[in-house]
Design a protein around this ligand. Structure first.
Ligand SMILES: Cc1cc2nc3c(=O)[nH]c(=O)nc-3n(C[C@H](O)[C@H](O)[C@H](O)COP(=O)(O)O)c2cc1C
Length: 371
C-alpha cells in the first residue's frame, strides 16, 4: 500500500527495528506521488550540485538528488546562465530543482519553468543564510516572515502540478525554534515535504545540527520530513532516522568528491582504490566540461581535486600540482600517470553509462518561450 501523507505516526515506525535501531535505507518512500527509491537524499549545494554530481549521486545510492538553488529572478529574466541550471539528464530522476526568491508571483513563474524543464519536484529555499540572498528577502529570511513564506508556497503549489517541498534552517538567531512554528503553516500552504537543516542561519556551518528539532518537527506535520546536517556515516544516518522519525536523511559535505560516502551509508563496505578515485574524478571532469564548457569547468573543478584526492588517498603536493596545470587535458594526463589502471576503470564506467541521445542535455524549447 502506498503510504499517504495522512499515514502520520504510522509512517514513522515503518522499517524500524527498535531492538537494533536499524532503519532500512533501501526502502522506497514518496513525496506526494513521486516515488523515491531510497531514504538517502543528495543535498543541494551551490557551486557543487552540477548535473555530473547529481548523476553520480544517483549511481552511488541517493534516491533523490537536488539542483543547487536557482534564482527565480534569473529565470524570469531568462538569464542564460540561470537557465543552464534547468538542464536535466535522463538518468537523474527523481530530481528536485530548488528555487529561491521573495516574490510569490515570480516564484510561481519560475516553478512553471522548472516543471517544463522536466523536474519531478520543485523545492523552495528558506534556508540560505548568505547575506546577498537574505537581504533581498529570500532564503532563510523568509523564516522571519511566515505570511510571505506561506504565500510563496501557496503560489508555487497552485502554479504547477508537481509536488512542492521546502528546505529550511531552524531559524535566524541561535537557539531559534521558528522552524517548528512555520513548518506546519508551510504544510498547510501546500508543502508536500519539509527538509530541516537544524542550525540557525547565524551559525552558518559551525556547531552541530540539532536533530532533536527534527524529531519535534516530525511530530507536528503529516508530510515526510528529511533530516539534513552532519550525516557523515551509516551509523549516524541510522541513528538520525531512528531517533527522529524522519523519512530520509540528506547528505551534503560528506559527498563532496566522495560518492563512496553515499554507498557506505547505504551499507556497502570498503574504501575505493586509487584507480577508482581517479576514474570517478576524470568522469566527473569530462561531464562537467560537457555541461559548463571547458573554460568555466576549469575553474569550477579546482576545489574538487582536493576533495577527491584528499582523505589520505594521494599526497598533498599532488593536488597542488594539478591546480597549477594549464588545461584539463594536462590534469587528466597527470591523473592517469599517477594511477594507470584508472583508464580501464573509466572505460568500464563510460560503457555502463547512458550516452549521447539517451542523456538529455538540451533545454526544452518551451524554456525559451516557445521557440
Ligand atoms: C557549499 C555548500 C553550498 C550549499 N548550497 C545550498 C543550496 O544551494 N541550497 C540549500 O538548500 N542548501 C545548501 N547548502 C546546505 C546543504 O544542503 C546542507 O543542508 C548542509 O550542508 C548541511 O548538511 P551536511 O552537514 O550534510 O553538509 C549548501 C551547503 C554547502 C556546504
Amino acid at each position: 500500500m502506498v503510504p499517504t501523507a495522512s499515514a502520520g505516526v504510522k509512517r514513522r515506525v515503518r522499517g524500524y527495528d527498535s531492538a537494533r535501531m536499524q532503519v532500512d535505507l533501501r526502502e522506497s518512500w514518496r513525496i506526494a506521488d513521486v516515488e523515491i527509491p531510497s531514504r538517502l537524499v543528495l543535498a543541494p549545494m551551490a557551486g557543487v550540485s552540477v548535473q555530473a554530481f547529481r548523476r553520480q549521486g544517483r549511481r552511488f545510492g541517493a534516491g533523490l538528488v537536488c539542483s543547487e538553488m536557482v534564482s527565480c529572478a534569473g529565470l524570469s529574466h531568462h538569464n542564460e546562465r540561470t537557465l543552464g541550471y534547468l538542464r536535466i539528464a535522463a538518468d537523474e530522476h527523481p530530481l528536485a530543482v530548488q528555487i529561491f526568491g521573495a516574490e510569490p508571483a515570480v516564484m510561481a513563474e519560475a516553478a512553471r519553468m522548472v516543471e517544463d524543464a522536466g523536474a519531478d519536484i520543485v523545492d523552495i529555499n528558506f534556508g540560505c543564510p548568505v547575506r546577498k540572498v537574505t537581504k533581498t528577502g529570500a532564503g532563510a529570511h523568509c523564516l522571519e516572515e511566515p505570511a510571505r513564506a506561506c504565500a510563496i508556497v501557496e503560489a508555487v503549489a497552485n502554479a504547477i502540478s508537481l509536488p512542492v517541498s521546502v528546505k529550511m534552517r531552524r531559524g535566524l538567531p541561535n537557539g531559534s525554534r521558528t522552524c517548528l512554528e512555520i513548518g506546519p503553516q508551510l504544510v498547510e500552504a501546500g508543502a508536500a515535504s519539509l527538509t530541516l537543516h537544524p542550525r540557525s542561519a547565524k551559525q552558518m556551518y559551525t556547531g552541530e545540527a540539532d536533530h532533536s528539532l527534527t524529531a519535534e518537527l516530525v511530530e507536528l506535520v503529516d508530510v515526510p520530513v528529511i533530516a539534513s546536517g552532519d550525516i557523515t556515516s551509516r551509523a549516524r544516518a541510522q541513528t538520525v532516522l531512528a531517533t527522529t522519525g524522519a523519512e530520509a536523511v540528506m547528505v551534503g559535505r560528506a559527498a563532496q568528491g566522495n560518492p563512496w560516502a553515499l554507498s557506505q551509508i547505504m551499507g556497502e563496505e570498503g574504501e575505493p582504490s586509487r584507480e577508482e578515485v581517479v576514474a570517478e574524478l576524470v568522469l566527473f571532469m569530462r561531464e562537467t566540461v560537457r555541461e559548463l564548457g571547458e573554460h568555466r569547468a576549469a575553474g569550477f573543478l579546482k576545489k574538487f581535486y582536493g576533495w577527491y584526492l584528499g582523505r589520505g588517498r594521494f599526497p598533498k603536493p599532488f593536488k597542488q600540482e594539478l591546480v597549477q596545470l594549464e588545461t584539463l587535458g594536462e590534469v587528466e594526463q597527470r591523473l592517469f600517470a599517477a594511477a594507470p589502471g584508472a583508464r580501464f576503470v573509466l572505460e568500464r564506467l563510460e560503457d555502463e553509462l547512458p550516452q549521447g541521445d539517451e542523456v538529455l542535455l538540451d533545454l526544452p524549447i518551451s524554456i525559451y518561450g516557445g521557440g
